[in-house]
Design a protein around this ligand. Structure first.
Ligand SMILES: Cc1cc2nc3c(=O)[nH]c(=O)nc-3n(C[C@H](O)[C@H](O)[C@H](O)COP(=O)(O)O)c2cc1C
Length: 330
């Protein structure tokens, strides 16, 4: 069974991917309930943390019920990253994850995120120092390479392992690809097949059906799957994949009652965490997926995503249950 440090995981674990503005404590808690084996925070700026910027610091909050949880940090300055590690440790996460995969211009132009894929010695050095700084297991999330001409992920993964990381998650795209095209899992399988690799190698990118997860496990032989977009507004995805692993059959989609219950709890947890205004605002992006596929739903969705008052949003959920309670999701 794969392990991250001393954290024991089930066979072929499913990890919730770090996603900016998505992987917050309420969403992570819902994914955990539905079977995610490890959850990660969205990326947190090391510079923001050491400036004590409120926007960065609040992202360190974790609930006990979501463990094991990894806090993901990004940056390219050694000093800032080490100070950030000290700050992150105080939140007592189970894992510290380093983001070497973010493709966004404002991040890569400072050599952070996927930008560091153009400077492998710096990537290895930063990782080595971070591992030395903390007692927590350190994991890395990265991409295949900067562009298709510079894919050295087999060598990179081995070097990161040799400086002490405990697991690696690899998104099967290059930085230049951003999110375009299909994720290529073959180079990730090459990493796994490297005889010198001892740590778990998790695959990421386009795991959006239970069949895709089976393929990643059986055809590519990876140690687990990290799941991002397929879970947005659909935390049940983890349960569906696990059910498929066990039975070879698809689980029936969640009923309207389950969807409304999740939406309600999501909103309530967000309000409890961030207060009424931000809680209402930041949960909006999940509703479209919670209620995807219902015909003539626009008016209800509009109520959910335009109201500033949680009482109105809760009332809209009640109305939806009343009106569409028997709707059969495909
Ligand atoms: C909205 C959004 C935000 C993301 N934010 C992060 C992030 O903070 N850190 C990170 O390492 N990757 C981030 N990613 C990338 C995902 O973790 C993942 O690598 C990518 O979506 C591919 O996996 P998927 O096909 O399962 O979605 C983000 C992706 C999305 C869609």
């Amino acid at each position: 069974m794969p392990k991250i440090g001393n954290i024991e995981l089930p066979e072929f674990p499913l990890l919730l991917a770090p996603m900016e503005d998505v992987s917050d404590p309420p969403f992570r808690a819902l994914c955990k309930e539905q079977g995610a084996d490890v959850v990660y925070t969205e990326f947190i700026s090391s510079e923001g943390l050491i400036r004590d910027a409120a926007k960065s610091v609040i992202k360190l909050d974790i609930y006990e019920k979501e463990r094991p949880v990894g806090i993901q940090i990004f940056g390219a300055e050694l000093d800032s990253m080490l100070q950030a590690v000290d700050i992150v440790e105080k939140s007592n996460p189970d894992i510290i994850d380093i983001n070497f995969g973010c493709p966004v211009k404002k991040v890569v132009c400072k050599n952070a995120g996927a930008g560091i894929l153009r400077d492998i010695p710096l990537m290895v050095k930063l990782t080595e120092e971070i591992v030395k700084r903390t007692k927590l297991p350190v994991t890395v999330k990265t991409r295949l390479g900067w562009d298709s001409d510079s894919i050295k992920i087999v060598e990179v993964a081995e070097r990161l392992q040799d400086v002490g990381i405990e697991a690696i998650s690899i998104h099967g795209r290059t930085r230049v690809q951003m999110y375009k095209g299909e994720a290529d899992w073959s180079p990730i399988a090459e990493v796994k097949n490297n005889q010198r690799m001892r740590i778990p190698v998790f695959g990421n990118g386009d795991v959006d059906t239970p069949e895709a997860a089976v393929k990643m496990r059986d055809e590519y032989g990876l140690d687990g799957a990290m799941i991002g977009r397929a879970s947005i507004g659909y935390p049940w995805f983890f349960k569906e994949v696990k059910h498929y692993f066990k039975t070879g059959e698809h689980l029936a989609p969640p009923t309207m009652e389950e969807r409304v219950d999740a939406a309600r709890r999501h909103l309530q947890m967000s309000i409890d965490w961030k207060g009424e205004k931000l809680g209402v605002f930041e949960t909006r992006r999940h509703y479209t997926n919670y209620f995807k596929g219902i015909p003539h739903f626009k008016d209800y969705r509009m109520k959910m995503v335009t109201s500033d008052d949680s009482a109105d949003v809760f009332a809209a959920f009640d109305e939806v249950l009343e009106k569409f309670g028997d709707f059969q999701f495909a």
